[in-house]
Ligand binder design. Structure first.
Ligand SMILES: [Zn+2]
Ligand SMILES: [Zn+2]
Length: 206
């Protein structure tokens, strides 16, 4: 499985291209800006994008949904509890980022236990609320794409609508920290980490 990180938009969101090595079928996780950069890379790698998956509905993760969808013909997927964000005007925040909001509605509504299949690869959807109501993580062999739920030495903010500190802590402890220690966590911002490293060193949990 190919994983490539592109840092996009003013808020430096991590957008991931995740592809099946055999078939070049792929997904784009969180196209939060810089659509030309994303589309160029998709073309250079010769990928056929099957899905755009938003880990959650915040504008810095969805801002380039429309151009990437139009440029690839991909289906747009998000958890059902965050789908409303896609079709809501995210106002001053969106204008600050210079993007038109709202963007396109979801084609696929995700729920706990669903699978995202592309080529010979499969990622499992787990519901990881707390940073937002409908936050998800995508779990593969030894990897998890966890959006803004967990960061290297940090956790997601909980002051936006649908955020809850108690829920976030419970999510991380019961749904992420139960994964093997060597699981690589690809986060929504900043460097990747591992579950074991965060369990041991993340000061929110020591
Ligand atoms: Zn967020
Ligand atoms: Zn974010």
């Amino acid at each position: 499985m190919l994983v490539e990180r592109l840092v996009v938009g003013m808020l430096q969101c991590n957008c991931y291209l995740v592809a099946c090595d055999d078939t070049k079928e792929a997904i784009v996780i969180d196209p939060g800006g810089d659509a030309p950069l994303i589309l160029d890379r998709v073309q250079e790698l010769g990928l056929a994008i099957k899905y755009i998956v938003n880990t959650h509905g915040h504008i810095d993760h969805i801002a380039a949904n429309r151009p990437v969808k139009e440029g690839t013909g991909a289906q747009l997927a998000i958890h059902q509890d965050d789908a409303e964000w896609l079709v809501t005007d995210q106002g001053d925040y969106a204008r600050m980022l210079g993007v038109s909001s709202p963007g396109p509605a979801a084609d696929v509504l995700l729920a706990q236990g669903d699978e995202i299949a592309f080529g010979n690869e499969r990622l499992q959807v787990i519901h990881t609320p707390g940073h937002s109501l409908g936050g998800i993580s995508l779990v593969g062999d030894g990897v998890v794409f966890c959006g803004d739920t967990l960061f290297a030495m940090g956790v997601g903010r909980v002051d936006l609508p649908g955020g809850s500190w108690e829920t976030l802590m419970n999510t991380i402890k019961t749904r992420l920290f139960t994964m093997p220690d060597d699981t690589v966590a690809y986060t929504g911002h900043g460097a990747e980490t591992t579950i074991g490293r965060e369990k041991q060193f993340n000061t929110w949990f020591r």
